[in-house]
Design a binder for this molecule. Structure first.
Ligand SMILES: *[C@@H]1O[C@H](CO)[C@@H](O)[C@H](O)[C@H]1NC(C)=O
Ligand SMILES: *[C@@H]1O[C@H](CO)[C@@H](O)[C@H](O)[C@H]1NC(C)=O
Ligand SMILES: *[C@@H]1O[C@H](CO)[C@@H](O)[C@H](O)[C@H]1NC(C)=O
Ligand SMILES: *[C@@H]1O[C@H](CO)[C@@H](O)[C@H](O)[C@H]1NC(C)=O
Ligand SMILES: *[C@@H]1O[C@H](CO)[C@@H](O)[C@H](O)[C@H]1NC(C)=O
Ligand SMILES: *[C@@H]1O[C@H](CO)[C@@H](O)[C@H](O)[C@H]1NC(C)=O
Ligand SMILES: *[C@@H]1O[C@H](CO)[C@@H](O)[C@H](O)[C@H]1NC(C)=O
Ligand SMILES: [Zn+2]
Length: 314
Protein backbone atom coordinates (compact mmCIF):
# COMPACT_ATOMS: atom_id res chain seq x y z
CA UNK A 1 0.00 0.00 0.00
CA UNK A 2 1.37 3.36 -0.95
CA UNK A 3 0.07 6.86 -1.10
CA UNK A 4 0.15 8.14 -4.66
CA UNK A 5 -0.81 11.49 -6.14
CA UNK A 6 -3.11 10.86 -9.06
CA UNK A 7 -0.94 12.43 -11.71
CA UNK A 8 -0.85 9.66 -14.27
CA UNK A 9 -2.76 10.59 -17.38
CA UNK A 10 -4.12 7.07 -17.71
CA UNK A 11 -5.70 7.29 -14.27
CA UNK A 12 -7.26 10.66 -15.14
CA UNK A 13 -8.75 9.16 -18.27
CA UNK A 14 -10.18 6.33 -16.20
CA UNK A 15 -11.80 8.79 -13.80
CA UNK A 16 -13.24 10.82 -16.66
CA UNK A 17 -14.68 7.69 -18.23
CA UNK A 18 -16.38 6.48 -15.10
CA UNK A 19 -17.73 9.95 -14.38
CA UNK A 20 -19.70 9.65 -17.61
CA UNK A 21 -17.16 10.94 -20.11
CA UNK A 22 -17.27 14.42 -18.60
CA UNK A 23 -14.31 16.58 -19.48
CA UNK A 24 -15.72 19.88 -18.21
CA UNK A 25 -15.36 21.23 -14.71
CA UNK A 26 -18.29 20.84 -12.36
CA UNK A 27 -18.64 20.86 -8.61
CA UNK A 28 -21.02 20.90 -5.67
CA UNK A 29 -19.50 23.67 -3.58
CA UNK A 30 -19.19 26.81 -5.75
CA UNK A 31 -22.09 28.64 -7.43
CA UNK A 32 -19.96 29.00 -10.57
CA UNK A 33 -19.82 25.22 -11.16
CA UNK A 34 -22.63 23.65 -9.06
CA UNK A 35 -26.04 22.18 -10.04
CA UNK A 36 -27.54 25.29 -11.58
CA UNK A 37 -24.77 25.49 -14.15
CA UNK A 38 -24.82 21.82 -15.19
CA UNK A 39 -27.62 22.10 -17.77
CA UNK A 40 -25.71 24.78 -19.67
CA UNK A 41 -22.50 22.78 -19.86
CA UNK A 42 -21.62 21.48 -23.33
CA UNK A 43 -22.94 18.02 -24.15
CA UNK A 44 -24.86 17.52 -20.93
CA UNK A 45 -28.28 15.94 -20.69
CA UNK A 46 -28.77 17.57 -17.29
CA UNK A 47 -32.02 19.25 -18.33
CA UNK A 48 -33.45 16.09 -19.91
CA UNK A 49 -36.79 14.43 -19.17
CA UNK A 50 -35.63 11.38 -17.16
CA UNK A 51 -33.17 12.94 -14.72
CA UNK A 52 -32.09 11.54 -11.37
CA UNK A 53 -32.37 11.62 -8.42
CA UNK A 54 -36.11 11.58 -7.71
CA UNK A 55 -38.39 11.49 -4.73
CA UNK A 56 -39.94 8.02 -4.53
CA UNK A 57 -43.62 8.33 -3.72
CA UNK A 58 -44.30 4.91 -2.22
CA UNK A 59 -48.08 5.17 -2.59
CA UNK A 60 -47.82 5.56 -6.35
CA UNK A 61 -45.14 2.90 -6.92
CA UNK A 62 -46.69 0.30 -9.26
CA UNK A 63 -46.41 -3.38 -8.34
CA UNK A 64 -44.58 -5.52 -10.87
CA UNK A 65 -43.94 -9.22 -10.21
CA UNK A 66 -41.04 -9.25 -12.72
CA UNK A 67 -38.85 -7.48 -10.13
CA UNK A 68 -37.21 -10.69 -9.00
CA UNK A 69 -34.15 -10.96 -6.74
CA UNK A 70 -30.66 -10.24 -8.08
CA UNK A 71 -27.71 -12.57 -8.07
CA UNK A 72 -24.63 -10.77 -6.76
CA UNK A 73 -21.58 -12.53 -8.20
CA UNK A 74 -18.43 -12.29 -6.08
CA UNK A 75 -19.89 -9.69 -3.69
CA UNK A 76 -18.51 -11.79 -0.83
CA UNK A 77 -14.95 -11.56 -2.17
CA UNK A 78 -12.79 -9.82 0.45
CA UNK A 79 -9.99 -8.96 -1.97
CA UNK A 80 -12.03 -7.37 -4.77
CA UNK A 81 -12.15 -3.78 -3.44
CA UNK A 82 -9.05 -2.44 -5.10
CA UNK A 83 -8.45 1.22 -4.43
CA UNK A 84 -10.12 4.18 -2.78
CA UNK A 85 -9.89 7.59 -4.43
CA UNK A 86 -10.66 11.19 -3.50
CA UNK A 87 -11.97 12.56 -6.80
CA UNK A 88 -12.54 16.05 -5.41
CA UNK A 89 -16.30 15.42 -5.63
CA UNK A 90 -16.73 12.10 -3.86
CA UNK A 91 -14.94 9.14 -2.36
CA UNK A 92 -14.90 6.29 -4.85
CA UNK A 93 -13.87 2.64 -4.51
CA UNK A 94 -12.82 0.76 -7.65
CA UNK A 95 -13.37 -2.99 -7.96
CA UNK A 96 -11.23 -5.67 -9.49
CA UNK A 97 -12.90 -7.50 -12.36
CA UNK A 98 -15.18 -10.40 -11.53
CA UNK A 99 -17.92 -8.54 -9.64
CA UNK A 100 -21.21 -8.77 -11.49
CA UNK A 101 -24.97 -8.60 -10.99
CA UNK A 102 -27.73 -10.44 -12.84
CA UNK A 103 -31.45 -11.04 -12.33
CA UNK A 104 -33.42 -8.16 -10.84
CA UNK A 105 -35.39 -7.86 -14.12
CA UNK A 106 -32.27 -6.52 -15.88
CA UNK A 107 -32.00 -7.38 -19.58
CA UNK A 108 -28.58 -9.02 -19.15
CA UNK A 109 -25.72 -9.33 -16.65
CA UNK A 110 -23.91 -6.12 -15.67
CA UNK A 111 -20.29 -5.80 -14.52
CA UNK A 112 -19.86 -3.92 -11.23
CA UNK A 113 -17.24 -1.18 -11.66
CA UNK A 114 -17.14 1.03 -8.58
CA UNK A 115 -19.08 2.49 -5.72
CA UNK A 116 -19.04 6.04 -4.44
CA UNK A 117 -20.91 7.99 -1.80
CA UNK A 118 -23.07 11.08 -1.45
CA UNK A 119 -23.32 12.88 1.88
CA UNK A 120 -24.35 16.12 3.55
CA UNK A 121 -22.53 17.71 6.46
CA UNK A 122 -22.29 15.31 9.39
CA UNK A 123 -25.11 12.92 10.20
CA UNK A 124 -27.60 15.73 10.93
CA UNK A 125 -27.39 17.53 7.59
CA UNK A 126 -28.64 14.83 5.22
CA UNK A 127 -27.03 14.22 1.85
CA UNK A 128 -28.82 11.30 0.18
CA UNK A 129 -29.73 11.91 -3.45
CA UNK A 130 -32.99 9.97 -3.57
CA UNK A 131 -35.71 10.62 -1.04
CA UNK A 132 -38.63 8.38 -0.05
CA UNK A 133 -41.95 10.11 0.58
CA UNK A 134 -39.94 13.28 1.03
CA UNK A 135 -37.59 11.76 3.59
CA UNK A 136 -33.84 12.07 3.01
CA UNK A 137 -31.07 10.05 4.64
CA UNK A 138 -27.61 11.06 5.95
CA UNK A 139 -25.79 9.35 3.07
CA UNK A 140 -26.33 7.26 -0.06
CA UNK A 141 -24.04 4.64 -1.61
CA UNK A 142 -24.12 3.99 -5.37
CA UNK A 143 -22.76 0.87 -7.01
CA UNK A 144 -22.27 1.54 -10.74
CA UNK A 145 -22.64 -1.40 -13.14
CA UNK A 146 -22.12 -1.58 -16.90
CA UNK A 147 -23.83 -4.01 -19.32
CA UNK A 148 -21.42 -6.94 -19.60
CA UNK A 149 -21.66 -6.89 -23.40
CA UNK A 150 -19.96 -3.47 -23.42
CA UNK A 151 -16.91 -4.91 -21.63
CA UNK A 152 -16.67 -1.94 -19.24
CA UNK A 153 -16.65 0.62 -22.04
CA UNK A 154 -18.77 3.31 -20.39
CA UNK A 155 -18.70 5.47 -23.52
CA UNK A 156 -20.78 2.77 -25.20
CA UNK A 157 -22.90 2.27 -22.07
CA UNK A 158 -23.97 5.91 -21.72
CA UNK A 159 -25.26 5.86 -25.30
CA UNK A 160 -27.72 3.06 -24.37
CA UNK A 161 -30.88 3.98 -22.35
CA UNK A 162 -30.20 0.95 -20.14
CA UNK A 163 -26.42 0.75 -20.55
CA UNK A 164 -25.76 1.31 -16.84
CA UNK A 165 -27.45 -0.14 -13.76
CA UNK A 166 -27.02 1.78 -10.51
CA UNK A 167 -27.76 0.27 -7.11
CA UNK A 168 -28.63 2.85 -4.46
CA UNK A 169 -28.39 2.17 -0.73
CA UNK A 170 -29.40 4.64 1.97
CA UNK A 171 -27.16 5.02 5.00
CA UNK A 172 -28.67 5.84 8.39
CA UNK A 173 -27.30 6.40 11.86
CA UNK A 174 -27.14 3.17 13.85
CA UNK A 175 -29.45 3.34 16.87
CA UNK A 176 -27.93 3.65 20.34
CA UNK A 177 -24.60 5.39 20.79
CA UNK A 178 -22.38 2.83 19.16
CA UNK A 179 -19.04 3.94 17.74
CA UNK A 180 -16.82 2.42 15.08
CA UNK A 181 -19.55 0.13 13.77
CA UNK A 182 -20.00 -1.92 11.71
CA UNK A 183 -16.44 -3.17 11.43
CA UNK A 184 -16.55 -3.08 7.59
CA UNK A 185 -17.35 0.65 7.70
CA UNK A 186 -14.71 1.28 10.34
CA UNK A 187 -12.17 -0.24 7.96
CA UNK A 188 -13.50 1.65 4.92
CA UNK A 189 -13.46 5.00 6.72
CA UNK A 190 -9.96 4.33 8.09
CA UNK A 191 -8.70 5.04 4.56
CA UNK A 192 -10.11 8.58 4.55
CA UNK A 193 -7.08 10.04 6.32
CA UNK A 194 -4.93 8.69 3.48
CA UNK A 195 -6.90 10.50 0.77
CA UNK A 196 -7.53 13.92 2.25
CA UNK A 197 -6.72 15.85 -0.95
CA UNK A 198 -8.31 15.59 -4.39
CA UNK A 199 -6.45 13.14 -6.58
CA UNK A 200 -5.11 11.08 -3.68
CA UNK A 201 -5.72 7.36 -3.73
CA UNK A 202 -4.56 4.29 -1.82
CA UNK A 203 -4.67 0.62 -2.64
CA UNK A 204 -6.92 -1.25 -0.22
CA UNK A 205 -5.76 -4.24 1.79
CA UNK A 206 -7.81 -7.43 1.48
CA UNK A 207 -10.34 -7.70 4.31
CA UNK A 208 -13.76 -6.30 3.45
CA UNK A 209 -16.26 -7.26 0.76
CA UNK A 210 -19.28 -5.53 -0.71
CA UNK A 211 -21.50 -7.96 1.22
CA UNK A 212 -19.80 -6.72 4.41
CA UNK A 213 -20.56 -3.08 3.53
CA UNK A 214 -24.18 -3.79 2.54
CA UNK A 215 -24.86 -5.40 5.93
CA UNK A 216 -28.47 -5.61 7.11
CA UNK A 217 -30.14 -4.86 3.76
CA UNK A 218 -32.78 -7.24 2.39
CA UNK A 219 -31.71 -7.00 -1.24
CA UNK A 220 -34.92 -8.51 -2.58
CA UNK A 221 -36.92 -5.35 -1.71
CA UNK A 222 -36.35 -2.40 -3.96
CA UNK A 223 -37.75 0.38 -6.14
CA UNK A 224 -37.00 0.51 -9.87
CA UNK A 225 -37.12 3.38 -12.33
CA UNK A 226 -35.33 4.62 -15.45
CA UNK A 227 -33.22 7.72 -14.91
CA UNK A 228 -29.81 9.26 -15.36
CA UNK A 229 -26.37 9.75 -13.90
CA UNK A 230 -26.62 12.32 -11.10
CA UNK A 231 -23.39 14.03 -12.14
CA UNK A 232 -22.51 15.64 -15.49
CA UNK A 233 -23.02 14.68 -18.20
CA UNK A 234 -26.23 13.39 -16.53
CA UNK A 235 -26.56 10.74 -19.27
CA UNK A 236 -30.04 9.22 -19.43
CA UNK A 237 -28.63 5.71 -19.49
CA UNK A 238 -29.32 4.37 -16.01
CA UNK A 239 -31.66 1.64 -14.76
CA UNK A 240 -32.01 2.62 -11.12
CA UNK A 241 -32.54 0.23 -8.21
CA UNK A 242 -33.06 1.88 -4.84
CA UNK A 243 -33.20 -0.55 -1.93
CA UNK A 244 -35.86 -0.07 0.75
CA UNK A 245 -33.71 -1.10 3.73
CA UNK A 246 -30.89 1.18 4.81
CA UNK A 247 -27.36 0.35 5.94
CA UNK A 248 -26.90 1.32 9.61
CA UNK A 249 -23.56 2.99 10.37
CA UNK A 250 -22.52 4.58 13.67
CA UNK A 251 -22.68 8.38 13.78
CA UNK A 252 -18.95 8.87 14.36
CA UNK A 253 -18.11 7.07 11.10
CA UNK A 254 -20.72 9.00 9.09
CA UNK A 255 -19.30 12.24 10.49
CA UNK A 256 -15.79 11.36 9.26
CA UNK A 257 -16.72 11.94 5.62
CA UNK A 258 -17.47 15.63 6.08
CA UNK A 259 -14.52 16.18 8.44
CA UNK A 260 -11.67 14.47 6.60
CA UNK A 261 -11.62 14.74 2.82
CA UNK A 262 -11.22 18.04 0.95
CA UNK A 263 -12.33 19.28 -2.46
CA UNK A 264 -8.80 20.17 -3.51
CA UNK A 265 -5.57 20.71 -1.56
CA UNK A 266 -5.00 21.00 2.18
CA UNK A 267 -6.12 24.64 2.29
CA UNK A 268 -9.40 23.95 0.40
CA UNK A 269 -12.79 23.33 2.09
CA UNK A 270 -13.93 19.95 3.36
CA UNK A 271 -16.04 17.99 0.91
CA UNK A 272 -19.65 18.44 2.10
CA UNK A 273 -23.14 18.31 0.51
CA UNK A 274 -22.02 16.08 -2.34
CA UNK A 275 -25.46 15.44 -3.78
CA UNK A 276 -27.73 16.63 -6.55
CA UNK A 277 -31.21 17.89 -5.77
CA UNK A 278 -34.43 16.06 -6.65
CA UNK A 279 -35.36 16.20 -10.34
CA UNK A 280 -38.66 15.42 -12.12
CA UNK A 281 -40.77 12.37 -11.38
CA UNK A 282 -40.46 9.08 -13.25
CA UNK A 283 -42.71 6.04 -12.95
CA UNK A 284 -41.48 3.83 -10.12
CA UNK A 285 -42.17 0.10 -9.77
CA UNK A 286 -41.64 -2.28 -6.89
CA UNK A 287 -42.34 -5.87 -5.80
CA UNK A 288 -46.02 -6.71 -5.27
CA UNK A 289 -47.15 -6.58 -1.66
CA UNK A 290 -46.55 -9.74 0.34
CA UNK A 291 -48.99 -12.65 0.17
CA UNK A 292 -50.76 -11.71 3.41
CA UNK A 293 -51.70 -8.22 2.27
CA UNK A 294 -52.62 -9.59 -1.19
CA UNK A 295 -55.11 -11.98 0.40
CA UNK A 296 -56.40 -9.12 2.58
CA UNK A 297 -57.05 -7.17 -0.63
CA UNK A 298 -58.81 -10.24 -2.09
CA UNK A 299 -60.93 -10.57 1.05
CA UNK A 300 -62.08 -7.00 1.07
CA UNK A 301 -62.79 -7.25 -2.66
CA UNK A 302 -64.77 -10.41 -1.92
CA UNK A 303 -66.71 -8.62 0.80
CA UNK A 304 -67.38 -5.74 -1.54
CA UNK A 305 -68.76 -8.11 -4.19
CA UNK A 306 -70.81 -9.86 -1.51
CA UNK A 307 -72.25 -6.61 -0.19
CA UNK A 308 -73.01 -5.49 -3.75
CA UNK A 309 -74.77 -8.80 -4.35
CA UNK A 310 -76.66 -8.47 -1.09
CA UNK A 311 -77.48 -4.89 -1.99
CA UNK A 312 -79.00 -6.14 -5.21
CA UNK A 313 -81.08 -8.79 -3.45
CA UNK A 314 -82.24 -6.31 -0.87
C1 LIG B 1 -2.82 5.78 6.10
O1 LIG B 1 -2.64 6.69 7.15
C2 LIG B 1 -2.29 6.08 8.37
C3 LIG B 1 -2.22 7.16 9.43
O2 LIG B 1 -3.24 8.06 9.30
C4 LIG B 1 -0.96 5.37 8.23
O3 LIG B 1 -0.65 4.69 9.41
C5 LIG B 1 -1.05 4.38 7.07
O4 LIG B 1 0.23 3.81 6.84
C6 LIG B 1 -1.54 5.06 5.81
N1 LIG B 1 -1.73 4.08 4.78
C7 LIG B 1 -1.33 4.26 3.54
C8 LIG B 1 -1.65 3.19 2.60
O5 LIG B 1 -0.77 5.26 3.17
C1 LIG C 1 -43.44 -5.35 -15.51
O1 LIG C 1 -42.19 -4.93 -16.05
C2 LIG C 1 -41.89 -5.52 -17.30
C3 LIG C 1 -40.54 -5.00 -17.75
O2 LIG C 1 -39.62 -5.07 -16.76
C4 LIG C 1 -42.91 -5.17 -18.32
O3 LIG C 1 -42.63 -5.85 -19.53
C5 LIG C 1 -44.27 -5.57 -17.83
O4 LIG C 1 -45.26 -5.12 -18.73
C6 LIG C 1 -44.55 -4.98 -16.46
N1 LIG C 1 -45.81 -5.50 -15.95
C7 LIG C 1 -46.80 -4.71 -15.52
C8 LIG C 1 -48.00 -5.40 -14.97
O5 LIG C 1 -46.72 -3.50 -15.57
C1 LIG D 1 -11.53 -12.48 -5.43
O1 LIG D 1 -11.03 -11.36 -6.10
C2 LIG D 1 -9.66 -11.46 -6.40
C3 LIG D 1 -9.25 -10.12 -6.98
O2 LIG D 1 -10.03 -9.79 -8.07
C4 LIG D 1 -9.44 -12.62 -7.35
O3 LIG D 1 -8.06 -12.74 -7.63
C5 LIG D 1 -9.95 -13.90 -6.71
O4 LIG D 1 -9.87 -14.95 -7.62
C6 LIG D 1 -11.39 -13.72 -6.28
N1 LIG D 1 -11.82 -14.88 -5.52
C7 LIG D 1 -12.86 -15.62 -5.90
C8 LIG D 1 -13.21 -16.75 -4.98
O5 LIG D 1 -13.49 -15.43 -6.91
C1 LIG E 1 -20.57 21.95 8.02
O1 LIG E 1 -20.66 21.76 9.41
C2 LIG E 1 -19.62 22.39 10.11
C3 LIG E 1 -19.68 21.95 11.57
O2 LIG E 1 -20.98 21.84 11.98
C4 LIG E 1 -19.72 23.89 9.93
O3 LIG E 1 -18.69 24.55 10.61
C5 LIG E 1 -19.63 24.20 8.44
O4 LIG E 1 -19.82 25.57 8.21
C6 LIG E 1 -20.64 23.41 7.65
N1 LIG E 1 -20.37 23.58 6.23
C7 LIG E 1 -21.29 23.95 5.34
C8 LIG E 1 -20.83 24.11 3.95
O5 LIG E 1 -22.45 24.12 5.65
C1 LIG F 1 -15.25 2.34 -26.34
O1 LIG F 1 -15.96 2.17 -27.53
C2 LIG F 1 -15.79 3.23 -28.46
C3 LIG F 1 -16.75 3.02 -29.62
O2 LIG F 1 -16.63 1.72 -30.11
C4 LIG F 1 -14.34 3.26 -28.90
O3 LIG F 1 -14.14 4.32 -29.81
C5 LIG F 1 -13.47 3.46 -27.68
O4 LIG F 1 -12.11 3.39 -28.05
C6 LIG F 1 -13.76 2.41 -26.63
N1 LIG F 1 -13.06 2.76 -25.42
C7 LIG F 1 -12.28 1.90 -24.79
C8 LIG F 1 -11.63 2.41 -23.57
O5 LIG F 1 -12.14 0.77 -25.17
C1 LIG G 1 -24.29 5.70 25.62
O1 LIG G 1 -23.11 5.07 26.10
C2 LIG G 1 -22.84 5.29 27.47
C3 LIG G 1 -21.55 4.58 27.84
O2 LIG G 1 -20.61 4.73 26.81
C4 LIG G 1 -24.00 4.77 28.32
O3 LIG G 1 -23.75 5.06 29.67
C5 LIG G 1 -25.28 5.41 27.87
O4 LIG G 1 -26.36 4.83 28.57
C6 LIG G 1 -25.50 5.19 26.38
N1 LIG G 1 -26.70 5.90 25.94
C7 LIG G 1 -27.59 5.37 25.10
C8 LIG G 1 -28.74 6.22 24.72
O5 LIG G 1 -27.47 4.23 24.66
C1 LIG H 1 -3.94 25.20 -2.70
O1 LIG H 1 -4.52 25.57 -3.93
C2 LIG H 1 -4.63 26.99 -4.06
C3 LIG H 1 -5.45 27.26 -5.31
O2 LIG H 1 -5.06 26.43 -6.36
C4 LIG H 1 -3.25 27.60 -4.09
O3 LIG H 1 -3.36 28.99 -4.23
C5 LIG H 1 -2.55 27.26 -2.79
O4 LIG H 1 -1.23 27.72 -2.84
C6 LIG H 1 -2.55 25.76 -2.53
N1 LIG H 1 -2.06 25.52 -1.17
C7 LIG H 1 -1.25 24.52 -0.86
C8 LIG H 1 -0.92 24.38 0.58
O5 LIG H 1 -0.81 23.76 -1.69
ZN1 LIG I 1 -23.84 8.61 -7.26
Amino acid sequence: MERVALAALAACALLARVHGASTVDWCYHRPSCSHQTWPSMAQTQCSGARQSPINIDTASAKANASLEPFTFHNYGNTSALKKVVNTGRTVKVYFDSGLRISGGDLSEAYDSLQFHLHWGNGSFVHGSEHTVDGQSYPMELHIVNCKSSYEKNTTLAVADPSGLAALGFFIEVMPGNETGKPESWRILTSYLTNITNAGDFVLMKPGISLDDLLVGVDRTKYYRYHGSLTTPNCNEAVVWTVFKDSIKVSKDLIDLFSKTVRVSNSSSPFMVNTYRNIQGAQEVTTQPASRSSTSAACCSLGLMVLSLALGKIW
